[in-house]
Design a protein around this ligand. Sequence first.
Ligand code: NDP
Length: 416
Amino acid sequence: KRNVLIIGAGGVAHVTAHKCAQNNKLLGDINIASRTLSKCEAIIDSIKEKGNLQSPGVLRAHQLDAMDIEATKALIRATNSQIVINVGSPFLNMSVLEACIGTGAAYLDTAIHEDPSKVCETPPWYANYEWKRSQACKEAGVTAVLGVGFDPGVVNAYARFAYDNYFDKVDSIDIIDINAGNHGRYFATNFDPEINFREFTSTVWSWENAQWKANKMFEHRKEWDMPVTGKSVAYLTGHDELHSLSRFLDVPNIRFWMGFGDHYINVFNVLNNLGLLSEKPVRTARGQEIVPLEVVKAVLPDPASLAGGYTGKTCIGDLVKGTKDGQAKEVMIYNTCDHEECYAEVGSQAISYTAGVPAVAAAMLIANGTWDAKRMVNVEEQDPAPFISLMNTMGLVTRIQDEQGDRILDPVQELA
Ligand code: NDP
């Protein structure tokens, strides 16, 4: 499979496009389509500026409303794209997936579909939208890889790798996401504020004793001692990956923890308690209808603008506990990423980088046939070894800590 259509021109799309360009011998033509043409063109300019095109080839920008399924199908056909990487807003997922089913192109995304009018869905979230199209993918022979960013995405592959190779029985998986970086602004979100806040204003679901448990945001906190970034407080947060891992792995406890500083929580609580994070319109004294969350988004820094000058590192990993040969065992599989190094390579911060690189690695595995499942899959349904090996060569290096110490996780060596 060759020729890639990237949907979206935000922070993650920027990285995705750079990484596709670095691998265009395998991937072929690279097309970028979004609502705002100038943003697609700016990404192409930055690829040229950084000299990130591996070999001479097509690099083209397109204006597209990806909610329009027919227009998306037409663009897939016009560009002869066999792989679509959807890194636009998660409101677009079902339309883009439909366009792929209609044209036979492979589909990849990095987040669960969201309906703008609903803040909280019943778990498992994938069953509300994506999995309903699973049969249609199978009938059309369409490969759809859901949630293949870092989290969800790489952390699902880490969970699968640990589950298959280090344990007889796994009792718990704690996914821990720490950004120990500093963007130097008073307050900002690392990706679309609307999506970011929706994650924290809804019910926090965790998978405990093989059942869904409803929690409140910031209700449960824990200090974790992470490799490289050290001790950080993280809070139980609701996240996509629990909604597939709980189905595909026989593990009774799966939780997601995200690190927040006290300052972030203070600002978030003030905004939330004032009603400024609401997506419900309010009427001003002058009779105008405005959506508070849209106003907050308009005044906050554009996440993409944080990249220059962002310092420090991220550390995201899976702490997996269980038993092997009757003995208690635990492993930590993780990645650390440096904001400044990401900026030097592709002009982005590490949050966008860690989400964009896996999507491109997955596209490459579809292009060379390794992951071309011809049906809808979540990441943990695919063999994690080639994925981890490929990312080790693409700027996202996986490490493992266990009783043998801390080392790069090279799947070939680990499984030898
Ligand atoms: P941005 O908000 O920066 O970018 C979203 C892009 O989608 C924008 O370019 C926007 O266009 C475009 N878009 C929105 N609506 C349409 C439409 N109707 N038609 C065409 N294009 C449209 O988001 P990010 O780059 O930060 O994130 C992208 C995705 O990646 C999100 O789904 C996010 O949840 C996910 N993500 C996943 C992570 C992971 O690890 N799994 C981590 C971080 C993000 P315009 O700019 O013109 O409005």
